[in-house]
Every structure is written in C-alpha cells, then in structure tokens.
Design a binder for this molecule. Sequence first.
Ligand SMILES: NC(=O)c1ccc[n+]([C@@H]2O[C@H](COP(=O)([O-])OP(=O)(O)OC[C@H]3O[C@@H](n4cnc5c(N)ncnc54)[C@H](OP(=O)(O)O)[C@@H]3O)[C@@H](O)[C@H]2O)c1
Length: 240
Amino acid sequence: MDRHREAVFITGAGQRIGFYLAKHFLQETDYPVLFTYRTKRPQVEALVELGAMGFQVDFTKPNALLELVTQLKYHVESLRAVIHNASLWLSDDKLKEGGENFRSLIQLHVEAPYYLNEALLPLLMNSSSALKDIISLSDARVEQGSADYVAYLSSKAALQSLTKGFAKKWGPDIKVNDIAPALIMFNEEDSELYKKQRLAQSVLGIEPGPDVVWQAVQYLMNSRYTTGIVLPLDGGTRLL
Ligand SMILES: NC(=O)c1ccc[n+]([C@@H]2O[C@H](COP(=O)([O-])OP(=O)(O)OC[C@H]3O[C@@H](n4cnc5c(N)ncnc54)[C@H](OP(=O)(O)O)[C@@H]3O)[C@@H](O)[C@H]2O)c1
C-alpha cells in the first residue's frame, strides 16, 4: 500500500467550513486529503468520492486520539498541513451539571489539537515542502469575551495560546497560526431577528461564507514569514 505524501489533514470536515476546506483542497490542489467526521452526513460521502480518506472520530471518547493517530501513521508518509477545525459551539446555559460539556469543549478545542500536534510532528517533519503548517480555527470574540459563552470562549482562548506556544516550539521548521472568525455562516435554526443583530455587529455587515476561510488558509500556507499569529476574520467586528 502506498502511503499518502504531502497530505492535508482536517478535523471535523463533515459539514460547513471544514467540508468546504476539504473539498477545495481536493478540487484545487494536488494534496491528498484526510479528514475526521463525527456524524456520517452526505458531505462525508462526497469527500470520499472526490478521493479523500475519512475517519469517524468523536474526540470526547476514550482512546479516540490514540486510535486516530495510529490510523494516520499507517496511511500517511508525510503531512503538508494540519487543520484543527472540529468544534462545539455551546452557550453557558447548555452546560450540564457536573461539567460534562465543559470537558468536551476542552477536549475538542485544547486537548485534541495539543495531542495531535505532538503526535503528528514526525509526519509534518517528513514533508519535503519548505513550508509546513498547523492552522487552527478559534473565534474572534475571544478578544471581547461574552457573558453568555464564558466556557466556549475560554476554551478557544486556550487554543490561541496553544498556537503561539507551538509556533515558538517548532519554528523555524513548522509555522503554527490561528484564524479567529466572527460570523462566517449562520446556522439553519438561526432566526431572522438573530441574523439581523449579528449582521449589525460588524463594519462590513455581511455573512461572508466559507470562502473567506479558504482564502485565509491559503494565505497562511503560502506565507514564508507568518507564524504564531491569530488572524482576525471578522468583518471589522472588533472596531464596534
Ligand atoms: N461558522 C461560523 O460562523 C464560525 C464563527 C466563529 C468561529 N468558527 C469556527 O470555525 C470552525 C468551523 O466552523 P463551523 O461552523 O463549520 O463548525 P461546526 O459545523 O459547528 O463544527 C465542525 C465540526 O466539528 C465536529 N465536532 C463537534 N463535536 C465533535 C466531537 N466531539 N468530536 C469530533 N468532532 C466533533 C462536528 O461534527 P458533527 O458533524 O458530528 O456535528 C462538525 O462537523 C470551528 O472551529 C468554529 O468554532 C465558525
């Protein structure tokens, strides 16, 4: 069996932004794509049909990370990039007593990226590309904080710190950057009132869609001189 070379690995690519990124890597680059998904959605099949390799993983389950890394090491010779996209968006009023959901936020946004970075370092170092990247997706609202999303945003803040730490640790070999989006895509269940309020929170006032994340990922992967940054992708929300 030939192992994949110069591959891109994306977590949580079964829908929305992760799916868009995986699809565009498959359609617009030569990089093989490996991805994780939790729920088997039609998009998972679509990615597999385009040539990607998917792994069903729930990062909150025991041994999930260990088993995933074993699979990746079996199938992959070298990695050009790792993208930490999988996420749980949870307001504080949804936190269950006993902290189960809070732990999930930490497992997904901090523990999984930390463990995967360490475990996949040899595959990144096997890449013959002069540029090798780790990119995470956090949240623009880490800057301001939010009274309703204290747990979620604190876990994304930890992800931003993790980015800076690994950038120092692994420079100059590997660039490690974070993208901090504000509104990119509404959820299906969002009300018209909520949409209006969210659009009013940015200078540019649009729902830009996932292509702006694809553009940011391309910029970071092509840049020779950018590491350890948190790139705001926020339509100017921080100015208001
Ligand atoms: N969309 C926005 O406007 C926006 C704004 C700010 C930040 N972001 C960030 O951008 C990234 C992508 O956003 P998105 O809206 O596309 O994300 P999303 O749809 O909410 O979630 C991405 C994926 O994470 C997976 N996931 C959730 N819990 C998991 C678990 N326990 N184990 C493994 N996978 C799990 C989900 O799997 P399932 O398919 O099973 O649900 C989902 O497909 C996220 O990191 C998000 O925080 C997005």
